[in-house]
Ligand binder design. Sequence first.
Ligand code: KG4
Length: 326
Amino acid sequence: MKDIYILGIESSCDETAASIVKNGRDVLSNVINTQIDIHKLYGGVVPEIASRNHILNISEVVKLAIKEANMSLSDIDAVACTYGPGLVGALLVGLSYGKGLSYALDVPLIGTNHIEGHIAANYITHKDLKPPFLCVMMSGGNTQIVHIKDYTDFEVLGRTKDDAIGEAFDKVARIMELGYPGGPKIDELGKKGEPNIELPKTHFDNLDFSFSGIKTAVINLHHKNPDIKKEDLCKSFEKKVTEMLIDNTKKAIEQTGINTIVIAGGVSANSYIRNEFLNLKNCKVYMPDMKLCTDNAAMIASAGYYDFINGKISDLSLNAEPDLKI
Ligand code: KG4
């Protein structure tokens, strides 16, 4: 069978990224321009500034991805672009650029779901991974348990009713003045702390999550008891949110009988969470390579490949969908 080369483009938040992936699994280039240093001045992503910087960066990032893969534009079989979920102005930059390229090169455009991209990061890391499996998606914008029935066939079994887990990490870190993005800071500080602070845990009869209660509890504790060690608060917070993730994962295993577990999304870079998932008994657990946990375009090219070979092609009328679901 002929090899298929997909150019992936990602611009849903504060990373402008482009990548070439062969046959959905082999990364030939993976260029990421992050705007973290710009947005940390404001304590979080400023959408308008993100869009403007995507416009400044996108051409160079795509050119570099082609160059690093040692290819030319004419070698590309299709262009896969994130069209949601994310910040609408930011999404539109990558999507419009991708549409232009697909039209100019006369190759298919594949509108790619960012959440499906995070799941596909695991196909790149683990060449043996194939559906079916359960994915615990934990990112800045989403937290859900998904039954991956096939490469393009998904069923969401449960999702957060309020904050995404990454949002909770970032807000807790912000209140403690740890900086942006907060997740990695809590990870580092938590390593030096003890999980000795009692925090509330939400649980539902189904597989849904809620993280706003624990977020508020941590914020209130920090304000009312300035003497509490930040390290202990970080560790206690990590322990409790991990329990929520693991509790629902166990329920999902019981409900579906599937014991291949995949974690995905930016928060899957958390060292405590990774460790606890590895300790799950009677399961085969997969997690993305650290550099593929947060936003990148290789994961978009990989997800786009599976859409492409399954005939899920978009046309030039495709619009950005900020609230796109799986
Ligand atoms: O997946 P992602 O890049 O964004 C979305 O696609 O939504 O995830 C970004 C999130 C941020 O909330 C960030 O704080 C969190 O991932 N994150 C972490 C770690 N690294 C990134 N959270 C906890 N521990 C980490 N080591």
